[in-house]
Design a protein around this ligand. Structure first.
Ligand SMILES: Nc1ncnc2c1ncn2[C@@H]1O[C@H](COP(=O)(O)OP(=O)(O)OP(=O)(O)O)[C@@H](O)[C@H]1O
Ligand SMILES: [Mg+2]
Length: 375
């Protein structure tokens, strides 16, 4: 049975083993009987591969296991017992696997200096445009205070990340199905409680989110406005930072303020500017050039012009009707522009992870960003 486990064929294995994914967690006894691996061997794998299993330093053995951990046991068992590989080779193999997955994932964070400039509208429609191209896409609402992705998308949340923490649901259960295969995580409610999570439970959550992330090619994160830490944490994850502004002078100044933060905190993401609510292309170009010139002159930061969206009643109407523009007016100028933006963003490969713990494990950082949001 374990011979059927190959990289990237997790689903086939899931079906074969009939693992109870929906409940998310298996106890030690269930892991032994389901996988056929001897109890002492599982404990040995725990001690040798604790970093891959996501065990915190102070924990020696755990009593319940998630999907990711059970699959790892099976992979390790195949390599060590069936193929006779030494621990060092198995570790190397797992590391390579982790890196290949990491590099395949792209994180796009949508942000702005000033509020109300169209971030959520753009995040949602951009995510749909990307999902339509066949990429497995997750949209995360990281606006802690006023998360409203589900409102604009016309979706009903049925769980929060807290349900995952308390083992009431697997990550998969709290993701909502959106248009074009898009999945949506409404993170806002329940997030403050994450700040109080003990390290053991936080590590387990990290492992679960990491596992869930393997099922996606692109993650789009919608943030709140402004340069508070609870926003900028999410920018640090990004391969691509989409900075939304408008011709409004205050919005442009605040966008510049955001660029300063990107520069001063040495964020790795590429910055793309979108000018929303424009009356004409000329107006958009003028806004972008002003921003780009200041960023070059004073910060030495390069920015790219991803595009512009017209101020148009169809956008407001789509939001009011809780039906995304990409569905409500798919042939409109703005919908076409959003498709062009999606294609441009996905044309460049995701950034290779530099050799630091933080950047190398974006999903870890994502969970910690949620958890750190109220500190
Ligand atoms: N191109 C557009 N044309 C017309 N109206 C727009 C356009 N883009 C956004 N809007 C409207 O502007 C308002 C703010 O949009 P949205 O909620 O997407 O902004 P936001 O940046 O996410 O706001 P917040 O900072 O509060 O999270 C909404 O009423 C939306 O319908
Ligand atoms: Mg918003």
């Amino acid at each position: 049975m374990s011979g059927a486990i190959h990289d990237g064929q997790m689903y086939a294995v899931h079906e074969e083993l009939h693992l109870p994914y929906k409940s998310g967690i298996m106890d030690f006894h269930a892991v032994c009987t389901t996988t056929g691996i001897a109890p002492n061997r599982i404990r040995y794998f725990e001690s040798e591969f604790r970093d891959f299993l996501g065990l915190p330093p102070q924990v020696t053995a755990i009593d319940d296991f998630d999907e990711h951990q059970v699959q790892l046991f099976l992979q390790i068992h195949r390599m060590m017992v069936e193929e006779g590989l030494p621990v060092s080779d198995v570790r190397q193999h797992l590391q390579r696997l982790r890196e290949s997955r990491r590099q395949a994932l792209r994180i796009i964070t949508v942000t702005s200096g000033k509020g109300g400039v169209g971030k959520t509208t753009l995040s949602l429609n951009l995510a749909i445009a990307i999902a339509t191209t066949g990429q497995r896409t997750l949209l995360i609402d990281a606006d802690m205070g006023l998360g409203n992705v589900h409102v604009l998308a016309g979706l009903q949340p049925h769980g929060t990340i807290l349900d995952v923490v308390d083992n009431r649901a697997a990550i998969d259960d709290i993701l909502i199905d959106g248009p074009a295969g898009l999945r949506v995580m409404c993170g806002a409610s329940g997030i403050p409680e994450l700040a109080d999570l003990d390290p053991h439970r936080l590590e387990r959550l990290v492992a679960q989110v990491n596992q869930a992330a393997h099922h996606f090619d692109v993650i789009v994160v919608d943030t709140a406005a402004g340069i508070a830490a609870q926003v900028t944490r999410f920018l640090r994850l990004a391969d691509d930072i989409v900075l939304v502004t408008t011709p409004n002078i205050a919005a442009t100044l605040d966008a510049y303020g955001m660029l300063k933060v990107v520069h001063h905190t040495r964020m790795r993401g590429r910055v793309h500017v979108v000018v929303n609510l424009v009356e004409s292309n000329k107006q958009a170009t003028a806004v972008f050039e002003r921003l780009r010139d200041c960023a070059q002159r004073f910060l030495n930061v390069e920015t790219a012009h991803l595009g512009q969206l017209q101020k148009h009643g169809s956008v407001e109407r789509a939001n009011q009707n809780r039906r995304p523009l990409m569905l409500e007016a798919p042939d409109s100028l703005n919908a076409n522009r959003i498709r062009t933006m999606a294609a441009a963003l996905c044309a460049a490969p995701p950034l290779a992870a530099p050799d630091t713990d933080e950047a190398a494990r974006p999903m870890d950082l994502l969970v910690r960003s949620f958890a750190g949001a109220t500190r």
